[in-house]
Ligand binder design. Structure first.
Ligand code: NIG
Ligand code: FE
Length: 411
């Protein structure tokens, strides 16, 4: 499962999944893959090492979800119904719903409650084969609640086998108390929240929701440049609804990734390719919001961009943790093959969160994160849909899911 290509992989490089037919084994030490070879060759070199037989099965790297919003309080079924009745996501947001609705609720939770709620959501990722997620704050929108959200991510990461890579998304929305003072909120982000996040080392990256009804390109640039000054990597929610130049901004500031991109311009595609920004495509979100259109993933792939796939797990626009579902959508909507969809949700996803060569491949040096699938071949992975076919999950060398259920937990 390592084709030797460095950096995020374009469609051509993803086409070869590096499958090893007829048996493959990995030597695991301290949770890391040290060697990978034919089973007999590996056993000859390490005859004393305990051997775990995963059977005659399809084994793939643990999935990597490079875009999630897992810290929230309460769910938003009411807005789902409003949208199905004809209201748009933007209309609901402008009327005080959406992210601000979640922010009002999250602010009533303590750090302990946020941590417990978050922990309760993480087994579901493992059971669907995901072993690493990027996890954003962004439903606090105040210094206290944003820091509490990031501390909850840190604590959950320490307590749960799933790996969480933290991103600060204080610039997710303008909170209620700053609606008449946008500038005041941007100053709070750049002068108070970001320095505290950096000081406590609470996030690896900073993200901004750059969109017509949220942060403009100029406002996003100010926030991102401040974050970079403080040593953070950059990410962007870009051009989800309108083509306002979010992708171009991501290229300009050298972001790790630009995500959504439903309304990306031709110029945006060109600039992202040149700047090697990873497009993170979120097809479950455009489906769930019934946007009636999708990111031009096929065109991006044809033009040589190295796309990743993510769930965008959040209580408003994508309440799913299933990367297999997202892979199916990637095949249908962007014309990906099974191998390309898998690569987009493993290797390229790792690149989109600064974890290249550490997760997302069954290769020496990577974490021993493996998923055993109850499927006859790789093409069945996106072909099957709406069911869970994950049998066993190994995280850092430990079995954490057995027969599709978190090990040691009642069914
Ligand atoms: O990625 N686009 C911005 N943020 C989320 C939606 C969050 C929400 O509606 O709560 C997203 O889709
Ligand atoms: Fe998002």
């Amino acid at each position: 499962m390592d084709t030797g290509v460095k950096g995020p992989r374009n469609a051509e490089a993803l086409a070869d999944p590096g499958l090893r037919e007829g048996g493959w084994a990995v030597l695991v030490e301290d949770g890391i893959i040290r060697e990978a070879d034919r089973p007999d060759a590996l056993r000859a070199r390490h005859d004393a090492a305990p051997f775990v037989d995963l059977g005659d099965s399809l084994v793939v790297p643990g999935f990597v979800d490079p875009h999630t919003h897992p810290v929230f309080t309460g769910t938003r079924e009411d807005e789902f119904e409003l949208r199905n009745g004809g209201k748009t996501y933007e209309e609901i947001a402008k009327a005080g719903g959406g992210i601000r609705n979640s922010a009002r609720r999250l602010r009533s939770s303590s750090e302990d409650e946020l941590t417990n709620d978050l922990l309760a959501r993480l087994d579901g990722f493992l059971e669907l084969g995901t072993t690493t997620i990027e996890a954003k704050s962004g439903y606090g929108l105040s210094t206290e609640s944003e820091l509490a959200s990031l501390r909850a991510i840190r604590r959950a990461n320490a307590e749960h086998p799933l790996d969480l890579v933290p991103t600060f998304l204080g610039a997710h929305e303008i909170p209620d108390e700053y609606r008449e003072d946008r500038e005041g909120y941007i100053r709070l982000l750049t002068n108070e929240m970001l320095p505290l996040v950096a000081k406590e080392n609470l996030a690896e990256a900073c993200d901004v929701f750059c969109e017509d009804h949220v942060f403009s390109v100029d406002e996003s640039r100010r926030i991102l440049l401040r974050a970079r000054e403080l040593g953070l990597e950059l990410k962007l929610h870009a051009d989800e609804i309108k083509p306002i130049g979010g992708a171009e901004l991501a290229a300009e500031v050298g972001a790790l990734s630009a995500d959504h991109l439903v309304a990306i311009s031709e110029e945006g595609i060109r600039r992202m390719r040149e700047a090697k920004v990873v497009p993170v495509l979120l097809p479950a979100t455009s489906l769930y919001l019934n946007l009636g259109k999708d990111a031009p993933g096929k065109r991006m792939l044809n033009e040589g961009l190295a796309c990743a796939l993510a769930t965008d797990f959040n209580p408003g626009s994508s309440p799913t943790r299933s990367l297999p579902l997202v892979m199916t959508l990637g095949c249908i909507k962007y014309g990906m093959t099974a191998a390309q969809a898998l690569g987009a949700a493993t290797w390229n996803a790792a690149c989109a969160i600064g974890r290249e060569g550490q997760v997302g491949a069954l290769a020496p040096g990577c974490l021993a994160d493996l998923v055993v699938l109850d499927l006859p071949n790789l093409r069945s992975l996106p072909y099957r849909f709406g069911e869970n076919f994950v049998r066993t999950v190994v995280k850092r060398g430990e079995i954490v899911v057995t027969n599709g259920r978190r090990t040691g937990h009642a069914a």
